[in-house]
Design a protein around this ligand. Sequence first.
Ligand code: MYR
Length: 284
Amino acid sequence: MNKVAIVTDSTAYLAPDVRDELSIEMVPLNVVIGEDSYQEEVDLTTSEFYKLLKETEKLPTTSQPAIGHFVETFEKLKAQGYEEIVTIHLSSKISGTYQSAMSAASMVEGINVAGFDSEISCSPQGFYVLEAAKMAKEGADAAAILTRLNEIKTSQKAYFMVDSLQHLHRGGRMNAAQLVVGNLLKIKPILHFVEGSIVPFEKVRTEKKAVARICQLLEEDVTTGGAYEVTVIHANRLQSAETIANDIQSKFDNVNVGISHFGPVIGTHLGEGSLGVGWYKVSQ
Ligand code: MYR
C-alpha cells in the first residue's frame, strides 16, 4: 500500500475510474439549483447540471465542502494506515475549499496533512493530482511529491474564455472594473490565473481569434522542446473541444492532448459554452 494518500476536490473533474485506479480520494463542492442542493460529481453529473440550467430561472450558487467532510476523509485515511496525506485544491483565491482542508488538517492528530494550493482549477488542477497519485503509488513521500508539484507549477499555463463576464462577476470572482471594460468594448477577453486570481490576459473580439491566440501561446511553449500534457476544457461544447484538441494533436508530436469539462461548480461561475486550454511540461 502507498504510504501517502492523495486527496483532491471535485473541481479537478477526474473521472471516477481514474480516481479509483490511482486511489485518489475526492471531496465534493456543492451547487444549489432552485430549492435543491447537490454534491457535484456525487449526486449531480455535468450533463444533468447543464440540462437543469436550461430549465431553471434562478441562477445556481456554489459552496465549498464543510470542514467536517475533510475531517472525516482524513480520519478515514489515517485509519486505513496511511502515514501522510497530500491534499490538492482549487485556487484559494477563488474558493474557501483549500482553507477548509487546512482547518480540518489542524484538527486531525497523528497524521501529517500537507496542503497544495493549485492556484488554478479543473483539469489543470487534475494534472497535479494525477502526478501526485502516480508518485505516491511508486512510494514517494509527501515532501518529494510537493517538490515535483511546485516544479510543475513553473511550466503550467491555462487560458480560457467565457461567453459573458456576468457569471464571473455575479459570483464575485471578477472585479467590477474588469467587467465594465469587457462589456463596454464588447470584447471576449482571454482570461487566465495570476497568483491564483482570475484576470484578463488579452482582449480579442471573436472566439475564433481567441482560440488562435491560445494555440499560438501553446506553440511558443511546446516548440522549445520536451514533452507536454495538454487539456482542452469545455462547458457543454464537446464538439468544439474535439476540434481544438484534434488540431493541436495533429500539429505537434511532443504533446498528449486530453479533453475535460467545466463541471457544475465551475460551470456556474463561467457559464455554458466556455472553453479553455491548459498545459504543462512533463519532461525535458
Ligand atoms: C466555491 O463556491 O467555493 C467555488 C467557487 C468556484 C469559483 C470558480 C471561478 C472560475 C474558475 C475558472 C477555472 C478555469 C480553469 C482553467
